[in-house]
Design a binder for this molecule. Structure first.
Ligand code: ATP
Ligand code: MG
Length: 609
């Protein structure tokens, strides 16, 4: 252990969460140590390198917050670099959406929006240099021979018959590959490292392949494209990145990362000090899937309403759901960063959103399942303006008025013909307080021929008006919200719930082994479907685990002020949860709200709606 002082960076989640201690993590410690020793002269330059082949998901948020956050804490910068080396899968549509999501999370790359394809000329020039040094050769084996000669974890690889081609011949072939003389797959360019290396990544990895395909940025200029491992480290070095942070699956690639840029620096082709790669554990979250491949399957199969469906674990979905950038930062700070894989329960993310929204969202009233309440001793035509605080902890946010009249909407389940034990709301003979109004006593109710309650009747106690001296002395246990029938606005409300009904969708044991909660399970990454690759434990179709009740659309009544809410404005609907005016569909004459999260964690208690 060094005796370097513990780093004390400014809080990334500042205002809303003031006072909470900042947990350090191994990356903060490494950067602090580099700053102390002056390895990079105090520069901190990170990057977030998405492949523009899909939309960003919650897992990417962890990486974005980490990379941009570490840079910001250290007065450095973070580059947004599109890793666009596969022309077949990539598109500008994705680039723009990715950039918008990073910006939505609150980050700015300044002038540093880069592309791996910006470096195609350099990458190719370096490839010729490697060939000239005898450190790379053109291999003309078939794809299956290449695969077969790679060896296994326990067996060394076999050297290619083309491994000792003379430099001049390699150079000639490489140039002809580039000139388009050969079909896809005819040759690859490989580094000459060590076919017997215990690290498979060092067994003469391919760094260029032929691909006659148009690239969304470079068009038809190239028909040879560099591979990821070669491209990434060189891009980092060219951009003078200091700390190249990636997920754990790249750990075994680190020796190759260091080899490539180390050789180039030795040859004077790159400047030192070189970037270093550090790996952290990816985000694994229960009740969702965080893999582009699976997300694509859900969209293409019509299981959700597109990439920005509020149930999707994408950042465009989160935004429509009413989740907040600050909530994601709070979440990232709470889960921390570690070097070993683990699972985070969805409730941790929901709690972070809840805590952030509780602090930031103004309060409003909505009656989701309205039933009429008639105050029999209140004259028709009489109106009493009641004052409601916009935020109980923030008086500076002011108040608004709601007009109490003879007929009100209340929630259907705030009345019971035969109240169960411990029921403190309306029931024949029972008293409740109409929030911010008066105490009323239930005198009766009406039913239709089917036995469904159509209206509840009550009388009001004039001495109990909220806010007047002595009024609160009348203690009643129930306190229900209401809206005036005259003035309340009808609205579409979308009640979203978790997309999957089990913590580990598609896993052989989707409940994580003990039939308990996901928190119990702490299932090893290999036992459940995780990232890109199919985990061995996955024997079932993850789509079978979709929650059939993840979306319910209802017609509700909302207070008049809500009809004029701006798109994306977020509110707490009192006693219900946090809601957002839908980004796409809400507008004048058509109020539409999405539920972001309930007020309390009700999952597993059967009251998700
Ligand atoms: P997926 O596994 O969903 O296909 P990906 O890794 O292929 O994602 P990229 O666009 O290559 O997606 O990822 C960009 C960056 O985000 C990479 O640095 C990657 O390590 C990081 N990242 C991807 N998934 C996660 C995750 N679940 N947790 C943390 N970081 C992640
Ligand atoms: Mg990837």
């Amino acid at each position: 252990m060094s005796d370097a002082p513990t780093p004390r960076p400014p809080r990334p989640v500042a205002a809303r969460d003031a006072g909470a201690p900042v947990a350090s993590n191994f990356l903060r410690a490494i950067i602090a140590e580099d700053n102390r020793t002056g390895r990079y002269d105090g520069r901190v330059v990170t990057r977030f390198p998405p492949e523009p082949n899909g939309y960003l998901h919650y897992g990417h948020a962890k990486s974005i917050i980490l990379n941009f956050g570490l840079a910001a804490e250290n007065g450095g910068r973070c580059h947004l670099r599109f890793d666009d080396t596969n022309p077949l899968k990539e598109d500008v549509e994705f680039e723009d959406a990715i950039a918008a999501s990073v910006r939505w999370l609150g980050y700015d790359w300044g002038a540093h929006r880069h592309h791996a394809s910006d470096y195609y000329d350099d990458l190719y020039r370096f490839a010729e240099w490697f060939v000239a040094q005898g450190l790379a050769y053109v291999d003309s084996q078939s794809a299956s021979d290449l695969r077969a000669s790679r060896g296994t974890l326990t067996e060394p690889g076999r050297e290619s018959p083309h491994r000792s081609r003379p430099v001049a011949e390699n150079l000639d072939l490489l140039r002809r590959m580039k000139a388009g003389e050969f079909p896809d797959g005819a040759h690859v360019l490989r580094l000459r490292i060590d076919m017997a290396s215990p690290n498979v990544n060092l067994r003469d990895p391919a760094i260029y392949r032929i691909r006659h395909a148009s690239h969304h940025r470079t068009g038809d200029r190239w028909c040879v494209y560099p591979l990821y491992d070669y491209t990434h480290c060189i891009s980092d070095a060219l951009e003078r990145i200091t700390h190249s942070i990636c997920t754990l699956e790249f750990q075994d690639h680190r020796p190759l990362y260091d080899w490539v840029i180390g050789k180039l620096a030795d040859g004077g082709m790159l400047e030192r000090p070189l970037p270093r790669q550090y790996e952290f554990a990816r985000l694994n979250l229960t009740y969702v899937v965080l893999s582009k491949r699976r997300l694509i399957q859900m969209v293409d199969g019509g299981h959700v309403d597109g990439w920005d469906d509020p149930r999707m674990p994408t950042l465009v979905g989160a935004r429509r759901r009413g989740y907040t950038p600050e909530g994601f930062r709070l979440f990232a700070e709470r889960i921390g960063v570690s070097k070993s894989d683990s699972w985070i329960d969805m409730s941790v993310l929901e709690d972070a959103m809840r805590d952030d929204l509780n602090a930031s969202a103004q309060r409003r009233i909505a009656v989701l399942d309205p039933i009429r309440l008639v105050i029999e001793n209140f004259d028709a035509g009489r109106v009493e303006a009641c004052r409601l605080p916009n935020h109980p902890q923030k008086p500076e946010l002011g108040t608004r008025e709601l007009a109490l009249g003879r007929e009100l909407w209340i929630e259907r389940d705030d009345f019971a013909e035969q109240p169960p034990k411990g029921y403190f709301r309306l029931a024949p003979g029972a008293e409740v307080r109409l929030r911010y109004g008066y105490v009323v006593r239930c005198t009766g109710y009406d039913k239709d021929p089917d036995g469904r309650v159509t209206a509840v009747r009550c009388t009001l106690d004039e001495t109990t008006r909220s806010g007047t001296p002595g009024a609160e002395a009348r203690k009643v246990k129930g306190n229900i919200h209401w809206l005036p029938v005259d003035g309340a606005v009808e609205a579409e409300i979308r009640l979203y719930d978790r997309l999957f009904r089990v913590p580990f969708p598609g896993a052989r044991d989707p409940w994580g082994g003990r039939g308990g909660t996901a928190a119990d399970a702490a299932a090893p990454a290999a036992a459940v479907p995780g990232g890109d690759d199919d985990a061995e434990g996955a024997e079932r179709d993850f789509l079978d685990d979709l929650n059939p009740d993840s979306k319910r659309v209802i017609r509700a009544r909302i207070e008049p002020a809500l009809a004029h809410a701006a798109r994306e404005e977020r509110f707490q609907f009192e006693r219900h949860g946090y809601f957002v005016a839908d980004l796409a569909d809400h507008g004048p004459g058509r109020p539409v709200f999405n539920r972001a999260v309930t007020l309390k964690d009700s999952w597993g208690r059967g009251s998700g709606g």
